[in-house]
Write a protein that binds this ligand. Structure first.
Ligand SMILES: [Fe+2]
Length: 307
């Protein structure tokens, strides 16, 4: 596959049919959403760039009210192979990092911001709008979670994959997102996916290789723009020359749980000596036999071992 880098102007343009309702947070094109959700990345618009929940002072308040394990931060001077959350500490507290974000060359994420009722309300508004516009392909929408990323000029988010449907809404500053087709097995192999779905949380690292640049689509995000990331699409992000604030809204569908179960099963088969278990997605019939067979087995095991 050749490089399919998108020009800045093309990346910035939305379909003419994208609908902006002043009372709705997102600007969505129903056809684009329904045809591309969880298949390929696409740009959306949003009306949150001046939303009061994303001022630095409100984010400092949020960072102090969230449980400690919901805030992660490190130096933004990391290599693309570093693995998420593995950068060196910056020697500052959470509040100092946010107050000095212009110059402290750091990267911070506030996780599960839906724990705060105001952020939960906004997250629900956004996801409800996506659910209503996308229809059955985003139903049922489970595990609704929100994340806010705050990063210094020039900081890097290393190459990684995420397990959920994601829309990254750019609130302040600019960033370049490099994203690879999740079906590109020359970057993310079947055995990589097996490792990803069976590794303890945060342990999987997909080492960056220079050849990945040729495989990536490139999107430039600016305030008012958002990008959809399909499940497990490998990506890395480079900040522009200003502080960046982004709001990530995520959810799962039964597709996510099924995919995790199937990859975990293939991993087990490989460990039992099956050299090349049939790839997930190659045959829906075989995937169904594996998935429903495993579920029946688990149910039987639970019944037989009940006290
Ligand atoms: Fe990500």
């Amino acid at each position: 596959m050749s490089s399919i880098a998108i020009s800045k102007s093309a990346a910035a343009s939305l379909p003419a049919s994208a609908v902006s309702q002043t009372d709705e947070p997102l600007i969505l094109d129903a056809t684009t959403l329904q045809s591309n959700l969880n298949r390929q990345p696409f740009i959306i618009g949003h009306n949150l760039a001046n939303h009061p929940l994303f001022t630095l002072s409100r984010l400092i308040e949020l960072s102090t009210s969230l449980p400690e394990d919901c805030v992660a931060y490190n130096s933004g001077d990391v290599s693309l192979s570093q693995g998420l959350y593995r950068g060196p500490r910056n020697g500052l507290s959470i509040e100092e990092t946010l107050r000095q974000i212009e110059e402290c060359r750091s990267w911070m994420v506030l996780k599960f911001v839906e724990k705060d009722p105001e952020y939960k309300e906004l997250l629900d508004e956004c996801l409800d709008q996506i659910g209503k516009t996308a229809g059955p392909i985003a139903t049922p929408m489970m595990k609704r979670e929100g994340f806010v990323f705050i990063s210094s000029p020039g900081s890097i988010t290393p190459l990684h994959v995420d397990p959920e449907y994601n829309f990254l809404l750019q609130i302040r500053g600019r960033k370049i997102v490099n994203i690879i087709d999740p079906a590109d097995r020359s970057v993310l192999s079947e055995s990589d996916l097996e490792r990803y779905y069976t590794a303890p949380s945060g342990e999987f690292v997909l080492g960056f290789e220079e050849r990945f640049r040729e495989r990536a689509r490139v999107f430039e995000l600016e305030p008012g723009r958002g990008l959809h990331f399909p499940v497990t699409a490998p990506h890395w992000v480079e900040n522009g020359s200003q502080v960046s604030i982004s709001f990530s809204i995520t959810f799962e569908t039964p597709f996510c749980e099924r995919r995790k179960t199937l990859y975990a099963l293939n991993s087990r088969l490989r460990k039992l000596g099956v050299r090349n278990p049939i790839s997930i997605g190659r045959s829906n019939t075989i995937d169904n036999v594996k998935y429903f067979g495993l579920r029946a087995l688990s149910r039987a095991k639970r019944l037989l071992t009940k006290p």
